[in-house]
Design a protein around this ligand. Structure first.
Ligand code: 5GP
Length: 193
């Protein structure tokens, strides 16, 4: 998505450790007009009528999922992060390793908001090694629901998440795929499809 790529080039900052900072428009300060265009693009990429729920993970995925949900006309459910093991019978849980904080946490979603009837579109801000999306997939499978696909704002194509998910036959659509980035030079290149 050209608009997003241009914005990443203009305002994104490459940090050591393969981290791309996009705080000024995507996940700290938020550009709602850009979010809306991203929401429309997700709808264009997943045009069918099967999707019944959008599932994301707090906190950065929520806004993007909400922007998309306006065009899918379905509810957004976000998995909550918790640092204590949840033994509650009313929730599905999965364990996720955080890319940015290098530690593990559990994610939970209420059984009331994810059922075997659901056809789920998973949305998140970044795809790196795929841990967050894997955790969300585990929640969907625990519920006996169907995965319709995964929509990502920024995929770092040089990390393994995208190819692992696609290798499992999961449809992954990313609005911008970073092919390479260099913290010292401050350069970013995108994959052309
Ligand atoms: P993964 O679980 O795929 O390894 O990493 C994805 C998660 O880590 C996303 O939910 C996102 O919050 C965070 N993340 C991964 N890479 C980056 C990055 O380069 N920049 C930022 N801001 N967040 C990232």
């Amino acid at each position: 998505m050209k608009l997003l790529e241009e914005r990443i080039i203009r305002d994104g900052r490459v940090k050591e450790g393969n981290v791309l900072k996009v705080d000024s428009f995507l996940n700290h300060q938020i550009d709602i007009a850009l979010y809306n265009e991203m929401g429309k693009e997700f709808r264009r990429l997943f045009p069918g009528d099967a999707i019944t729920r959008i599932l994301t993970i707090e906190a950065s995925g929520i806004g993007i999922a909400c922007a998309a949900a306006q065009y899918f006309h379905v509810p957004v459910v976000f998995a909550r992060k918790t640092h204590s093991i949840n033994l509650d019978d009313d929730v599905y849980t999965a364990r996720v390793r955080s890319f940015t904080h290098q530690r593990e946490y559990d994610i939970i979603v209420s059984k009331r908001y994810l059922t075997s009837e659901d056809h789920v579109l998973i949305i998140d801000d970044f795809l790196a090694n795929g841990c967050a999306v894997n955790g969300l997939l585990e929640l969907v499978y625990s519920a006996g629901a169907t995965v319709e696909g995964v929509g990502i704002a920024i995929e770092k194509g040089f990390q393994k998440g995208g190819s692992l998910l696609r290798g499992r036959g999961i449809r992954v659509e990313s609005l911008a795929v970073v092919e390479s980035m260099d913290a010292a030079a401050g350069t970013i290149t995108f994959r052309r499809t």
